[in-house]
Design a protein around this ligand. Structure first.
Ligand SMILES: Nc1ncnc2c1ncn2[C@@H]1O[C@H](COP(=O)(O)OP(=O)(O)O)[C@@H](O)[C@H]1O
Ligand SMILES: [Mg+2]
Length: 362
């Protein structure tokens, strides 16, 4: 996967700017709040239709303007692809792939693939299971549109099931719940099966990436919850049993406490929980290793690496780890943002782009 260029019109602090990216490593440098992350965010939008910062679409429009546009040209194994997204203050964004409007985000997914890392991603290690599920969901949605559609369906069913539990109308609940549970288990099982497969692949890749960055100094292991296993039919049965078992307590709480929306990933370094015992640098390395592992899964599935975006990933890493990181990133097109270009070892060898006040310096 190769992003050739990116045009930003009234997007964040950019008026009208064009970025040209090279194959291999690209360094986007500039002082604080100059627009580095904004440009990285735009690329992620072109890939997934969402902001990695999880902000609302409206907020990306240059303050006081009514419309923002991002446009990018990329090349994949399938050939050239152009994606354009227009944002409006008062209506939904419009997405075009090769000039043709797409009605659903699902149709955008998979055209340009990327893996995004930014310091916020440390939440992946430090914070709630929600962040780790989000990591899996973003990745799996790009890898498989059917996963994305299952996830959307699951969220709807979950909301409806929870609403029903909240009615406190026991008769209605006992009458309707079995129907919801049937659907819940079927869609939930799809999600869990795909996540299980993802984790099974991710785990050895993450260990290898971590060994590469740390020079073999530490062993990273990633595992799932293993509450549910087997094929989809078996998982569906396990889910239904779990729903039954928790029925009374779920009814009392008014929400569903079993299912893929409660899953988690376990991440350990040298057999101790990174979340609790890892240093900042170790946690950052572990989070980066997960991202590198993700790129390998893309490579495995599509035969080519995604675009790797490393937003502000260098700080807190020692020189040794930074060198290793660049070496690992050299396998694919990588866009690195940082305040000082020379924090990237051998930066002169790469495509250097400098941004200042929402402009590309030429
Ligand atoms: N909708 C917007 N309109 C104008 N400026 C914006 C908008 N959204 C963010 N900005 C500006 O973008 C800047 C931050 O850019 P960012 O890319 O996050 O910085 P950095 O270079 O540190 O990564 C801030 O100055 C912020 O005010
Ligand atoms: Mg930034």
């Amino acid at each position: 996967m190769l992003i050739k260029n990116l045009q930003l019109i009234n997007f964040r602090n950019y008026r009208n700017e064009k970025f040209d990216y090279a194959d291999g490593i690209n360094i986007v440098s500039g002082g604080n709040a100059q627009g580095k992350t904004n440009s990285a965010e735009a690329i992620f939008y072109l890939c997934t239709g969402y902001s990695p910062r999880a902000t609302r679409d409206k907020q990306v429009i240059f303050r006081g303007e009514e419309r923002a546009t991002i446009r990018g040209e990329a090349y994949s194994a399938f050939g050239k692809v152009e994606v354009e997204i227009a944002f409006f203050g008062d209506k939904n964004k419009e997405i075009k792939v090769n000039g043709i409007p797409v009605a659903k985000i699902g149709e955008l997914l998979g055209n340009i693939n990327s893996v995004f890392f930014n310091p916020g991603e440390l939440k992946l290690i430090q914070e709630s299971p929600e962040d780790r599920r989000r990591f899996m969901d973003i990745s799996l949605s790009q890898l498989s549109r059917s996963y994305f559609y299952s996830l959307q369906k699951y969220k709807k069913i979950l909301t409806q099931r929870n609403n029903l539990l909240k009615t406190e109308d026991r008769f209605l609940i006992e009458d309707t719940l079995p129907v919801w549970d049937e659907q819940f288990a079927a869609v939930g099982a799809k999600i869990i099966r795909e996540r299980n497969e993802f984790i099974a692949k991710l785990s050895p890749f993450a260990a290898a990436a971590h060994a590469e960055i740390t020079g073999g100094g530490e062993v990273l292991s990633v595992s799932g919850d293993y509450k549910y296993g087997g094929d989809e039919g078996e998982i569906a049965i396990q889910l239904k049993d779990a729903l039954k078992e928790k029925f009374e307590s779920d009814l009392e709480r008014g929400f569903t406490t079993v299912g893929p929306h409660r899953d988690d990933l376990k991440i350990k370094i040298d057999d101790t929980d990174v979340r609790i015992y890892g240093s900042q640098g170790q946690q950052r390395t572990a989070a980066l290793s997960l991202k590198f592992a993700e790129t390998e899964i893309f490579k495995d599935k599509f035969g080519e690496y995604p675009v790797l975006i490393l937003d502000d990933a260098m700080s807190e890493l020692d020189k040794f780890r930074r060198e290793r990181l660049i070496e690992a990133a050299s396998k694919m097109q990588t866009i690195i943002t940082c305040t000082e270009a020379d924090s990237v070892p051998n930066y002169e060898k790469y495509n250097n782009i400098r941004v200042s006040c929402g402009a590309v310096m030429r």
